[in-house]
Design a protein around this ligand. Structure first.
Ligand SMILES: *Cc1c(COP(=O)(O)O)cnc(C)c1O
Length: 399
């Protein structure tokens, strides 16, 4: 009998009981809008911003409707002008180029390296050729590039770094938190990320003017004084008249369930890593499997794992995925010609005006597979999943 796995790869843990209770209280009170407070009351959203800024060690924080929305207003608040080129790494999720497009920018893609990080050499080339003032760096699937080298390049070419930390909430490079390297950083609290409010985003910065503009963009009307992690009201003096309202606030209901998750975020990151290492160790047994190298300076959050299969005939890949699926193991493949689920590749973003040839990224993604690691899996589950993958691989003909 073949072993099978029967848990769901999309099942996250439940919201902590205290969060459910607080959410019900808010529903009973009816004041869900972040600025709907009574005399002397501070909203859940403002408190979340204050607590998340403290967690990140940033001066300011703004909660908004989604991670993609945060990326969009980050560019606007940073002063990007219509038609300006914005660099991003080619391996990322669709909302990143989408945010650049939404802000009126032109997407410029940089190659990735074998560890799924931006290729520093190619990054420098596109910085030179595009003359872009912005690098929206996506720490895709939680892989942190050499952040010292990235910030040095940004300094050299006078490029503003904006970090997409959708998969690196809780991670750090050389002891410094992911999200504190750039001028602005954006996080997502959508269900598949590290804190879960269904939808949601957090934007942090230490720059008072960028933050004031982001707050105005998010739809604060003239109520910015009700924020706790915002710059001094004097900073808004002129900004409030020339910053359009792109309505995309977070509400108190979501903020309340995030607030109860924040104190256990670091503990959960460790739990993700235990599962990641269990899977990594079990997968590493197969000579056909190639895993990413994780540098010493990188403290990552293993909420997913990527691996490449060596010596596999590309025509056999659908078969490999199918057989794994039949045994309950859901693999995502970034090499497929047609985008599926979340795995759209850069060449399917056809609205990008000038798509460069990115042979290196295509080659790396052609045999890259991805496994989600929800916290509802335990360590034995990870070992079982890995052994099923290896068993299936062993039945496939080699080239
Ligand atoms: C999820 C995600 C986002 C955007 O988050 P949403 O909250 O879904 O808009 C951005 N970048 C990456 C890499 C993501 O995975």
């Amino acid at each position: 009998m073949n072993k099978t796995f029967n848990k769901s790869f999309t099942q996250q843990e439940t919201i902590p009981e205290a969060g459910i209770e607080r959410a019900v209280e808010i529903l009973r009170g009816g004041r869900l809008h972040r600025y709907n407070v009574i005399e002397g009351e501070t909203s859940e959203t403002a408190l979340l911003e204050q607590e998340y800024a403290e967690y990140q060690g940033s001066k300011y924080c703004l909660a908004c409707a989604s991670g993609g929305y945060a990326l969009h207003i980050a560019l606007k608040a940073a002063g990007m002008q219509p038609g300006e080129p914005v660099i991003t790494n080619a391996f990322t999720l669709a909302p990143v180029p989408g945010a650049i497009d939404n802000a009126g920018g032109k997407v410029v893609l940089a190659e990735i390296d074998e560890n799924y990080c931006v290729d520093l050499k190619h990054l420098e080339e596109v910085m030179q050729s595009s003359k872009s003032r912005f690098f929206m760096m996506s720490h895709m699937r939680g892989h942190l590039a050499d952040m010292d080298a990235v910030t040095a390049l940004c300094d050299k070419y006078n490029v503003m770094l904006i970090e997409d930390c959708a998969h690196t909430m809780g991670a750090s490079w050389n002891g410094k938190k992911s999200g504190s390297f750039g001028k602005v950083a954006c996080f997502s609290t959508q269900t598949y990320k590290h804190m879960n409010s269904g939808e949601g985003g957090l934007l942090i910065s230490d720059d008072p003017e960028i933050m004031a503009r982001a707050i105005m963009h998010s739809g604060s009307y003239m109520l910015y004084e009700r924020h706790l992690a915002a710059p001094d009201p004097s900073v808004f003096k002129d900004i409030k008249f020339d910053t359009p309202n792109y309505s995309g606030r977070m509400d108190n209901l979501r903020a309340s369930i995030l607030r109860v998750q924040l104190p256990t975020l670091d503990e959960n990151c460790k739990r993700w890593n235990d599962r990641y290492y269990a899977a990594e160790q079990a997968l590493a047994v197969s000579p056909m499997i190639e895993l990413a190298n994780r540098p010493e300076q990188e403290y990552f959050v293993g909420s997913s794992i990527q691996f490449r299969v060596k010596d596999i005939d590309e025509k056999r890949i659908p078969d490999f995925i199918q057989q794994c699926a039949e045994r309950g193991v859901e693999l995502k493949w970034f090499g497929g010609g047609e985008p599926q689920g979340f795995t759209s590749r850069f060449d399917s973003w056809r609205y990008i005006e000038e798509t460069a040839e990115l042979p290196q990224t295509l080659k790396i993604l052609s045999n890259t597979f991805d496994l989600r690691i929800p916290l509802t899996f335990d360590l034995d589950d990870m070992t079982l999943i890995a052994s099923i993958i290896i068993e299936v691989l062993d039945t496939l003909p080699r080239i």
